[in-house]
Ligand binder design. Structure first.
Ligand code: F6R
Length: 253
């Protein structure tokens, strides 16, 4: 069972997650941080940046990357991670990794797995959740023990991410993503979710059966997961009152 922290709004969630990351960084300044792109984690990066911690020795690994975008495209996750995470946090660009969408795709997935292993594994992985229950770009039906691989994006995900592109048609159809098994290898996971449109996915992930139909439900198998969700995203949880009372990470709200 994940620790579930229900916060009134996303901003408080960012502060709570940043506090958890800072607690790992303090004794381990060269920690390995798994980062998620997308909107939900943005308050985490701004809260961490505001702490003015020395993160120059941190290694970072993104969950996923689009395929078939031109190199340097501003919505490639390499560019997004650089702009929204690496620069504000003061990460060393040489220690920031995204799956290489320009490499030979036969080699890129295993190269990414090797890079994570060579860094010593991920200490803390931040994950968002798709409306369809995806984590990383592991769409419904993905193997719950999968490793980094090439995958197709669900139409729902492409529609949700069309806001970052000029039109739906420009959203890539393919990606390279850490597998669910890769994600579960992280020593600690922080799941963040916000908004009513995530409520069904959050309830299915945290309280439903563990099933490939909801890849995020595999998080139930991990021994150290903290789910930080706002009131709206928590609105379909059956045990929300219990979580509120048992939230172990103090002053999140
Ligand atoms: C991003 C990723 C995705 C997002 C998810 C939620 O690297 O792997 O799983 O975390 O699609 O995105 P937002 O936060 O934009 O709703």
């Amino acid at each position: 069972m994940a620790d579930v922290i229900i916060v009134p709004h996303l901003h408080a969630g960012g502060a709570a997650a940043a506090t958890l990351i800072a607690a790992v960084l303090s004794p381990k300044p060269d920690m390995v941080l798994g980062v998620a792109t997308g909107s939900t984690p943005l308050p985490i990066w701004s809260a961490l940046a505001a702490m003015r911690l020395d993160m120059s020795r941190v290694s970072a690994f993104a969950l996923d990357e689009y395929l078939d975008l031109p190199p340097g495209h501003p919505e490639s996750y390499a560019a997004v991670v650089h702009r929204e995470i690496a620069v504000p946090l003061g990460l060393n660009p040489r220690k920031v990794h995204t799956p290489d969408a320009q490499a030979d795709l036969r080699d890129a997935p295993s190269a990414y797995e090797s890079a994570i292993r060579a860094a010593g594994g991920i200490d803390v992985q931040v994950v968002g959740i798709g409306r369809n229950g995806h984590i990383g770009f592991n769409e419904p039906g993905s193997s719950l023990s999968g490793r980094t691989h090439i995958a197709n994006l669900a139409a729902q995900t492409r529609r949700d991410n069309a806001r970052f592109f000029e039109s739906f048609d420009q959203v890539p159809t393919r990606c390279i993503t850490q597998g669910v098994g890769t994600i579960l290898d992280a020593r600690r996971l922080i799941l963040v979710a916000s908004g009513r449109r995530k409520a069904d996915a959050v309830a299915a992930a945290l309280e439903g059966p563990v099933t490939a139909s909801v890849p995020a439900s595999a998080l139930q198998l991990h021994p150290d997961v903290v789910a930080i969700v706002d009131e709206d995203a928590a609105s379909r949880l059956s045990f929300a009152d219990h979580y509120r009372m048992s939230a172990p990470h103090g002053d999140a709200a």
